[in-house]
Design a binder for this molecule. Structure first.
Ligand SMILES: Nc1nc2c(ncn2[C@@H]2O[C@H](COP(=O)(O)OP(=O)(O)OP(=O)(O)O)[C@@H](O)[C@H]2O)c(=O)[nH]1
Ligand SMILES: [Zn+2]
Length: 362
């Protein structure tokens, strides 16, 4: 018998550690490092890292572009921390909030020798913890001993890296009848991923025939639009219109995927909104934060549909990438059903940007 945590359990623990400002130990490619999220860094922890060796900051190439820092590692860059750099310096590199009002801190010393793999893993980890995509690393001699002595989570690159790019299996947890305004015959299903991540939901309207294409909607969580009635996007009206159409047709399935802010989380989405108030559009704001414009994983939508017994859909969407992803993951899209509702003066530019930059069909 072994009560040792599995790799998936260690990854879930690492996410919480990073959010709490605790370092994690990474090893692989013959090297090891202590990694900590820039967002949750304290002055004390920075001093501890400095005492251990040369500290470097991992940033995405997207963020480096805004900072005008050299990128030698493809999708990421590694910047040596100058002696004078304090916590505020690290925050200013990780968070673009004050980019316009405070001059840039460069020039930066981007590393071009040595392996970038642990830095890349650290970025993937902090992204999956829904933090700003930036981490500090300091080399370690003996990863296993150091982690053991300090009670820190130890992750090996070869084991953790593939898991971070996979979609975690999901399992149904509970389901119950849920009459809603759009249809009295509603049934809500809750799905839980094995990796300790967000739960996702499906509301089934009526009793859809599994042998026929079902009217389906993959809705990504939008607290501001769905709950508060935000006028900055079209999410709230889309959610209601999709349910109403399913109610009117007598059957359908709506997946409510907890991928707030196109997968960057609500805190980062509010950072993006702040940048939008400074004049950047929705895509530019994501990039300045260091994210891709869309960080969602639509594979889990297919997994939930399959779990519910559906393999063909009439998909309510204006986003061709959703259709491509469904088809790619084995769900046949027999028809795209447009869902154009909720345009107003506040979201007109946002909707136009989605059409010109993200390929949405107007
Ligand atoms: N990062 C970010 N996310 C946003 C912004 N506005 C809305 N969102 C999120 O975007 C998601 C909705 O995605 P959309 O791009 O509106 O639409 P879609 O799901 O790709 O496509 P449709 O199926 O046509 O609706 C939700 O998770 C929202 O929280 C924004 O300005 N920035
Ligand atoms: Zn929204």
């Amino acid at each position: 018998m072994s009560l040792m945590p599995t790799l998936i359990e260690l990854l879930a623990r690492a996410r919480v550690d990073l959010r709490m400002g605790l370092p994690v130990v990474l090893s692989g490619h013959g090297i090891a490092a202590l990694a900590i999220a820039a967002e949750s860094l304290t002055a004390e922890r920075l001093a501890d890292l400095r005492a251990m060796g040369t500290v470097s900051l991992a940033l995405t190439a997207r963020r480096a572009e805004t900072l005008k820092a050299q990128v030698y590692d493809g999708d990421i860059t590694r910047i040596t921390l100058p002696d004078s750099a304090d916590r505020a310096w690290v925050q200013a590199l990780a968070d673009p909030a004050d980019d316009l009002s405070t001059p840039m801190k460069g020039p930066f010393n981007s590393l071009r020798t040595g392996s970038a793999e642990l830095h890349r893993l650290a970025i993937a980890l902090v992204k999956s913890a829904r933090l700003l995509p930036s981490a500090l690393l300091v080399p370690l001699e003996n990863a296993k001993d150091f982690a053991g002595q300090n009670g820190l989570t130890l992750l090996s690159h070869s084991a953790a890296e593939p898991l971070l790019s996979e979609s975690s299996p999901l399992h149904p947890v509970a389901a119950a009848r849920l009459p809603v305004q759009a249809a009295e015959a509603g049934r809500l299903h809750v799905f839980r991923p094995e990796d300790g991540g967000e739960e996702h939901y499906a509301i089934e309207i009526g009793r859809p025939d599994r042998s026929q294409p079902v009217l389906a909607r993959l809705h990504s969580a939008c607290f501001t639009g769905d709950v508060l009635g935000s006028l900055k996007c079209d999410c709230g009206p889309q959610l209601q219109a999709a349910l109403m159409q399913m109610g009117a047709e007598g059957s359908g399935v709506l997946l409510y995927l907890n991928q707030e802010g196109r997968g960057i989380g609500l805190a980062n989405k509010m950072r993006a909104y702040s940048l939008q108030d400074q004049g950047f559009d929705t895509v530019e704001a994501n990039h300045r934060l260091g994210f891709e414009d869309d960080e969602r994983d639509f594979r889990l939508g297919s997994a939930i549909l399959r779990e519910l017994g559906f393999d063909q859909v009439r998909l309510l969407t204006n986003n061709p990438k959703k259709i491509a992803m469904m088809e790619h993951t084995g769900i046949k899209v027999t028809e795209r059903v447009p869902l154009q509702v909720g345009e107003n003066t506040f979201n007109r530019d946002y909707l136009a940007t989605k059409a010109t930059k993200s390929g949405h069909i107007l």
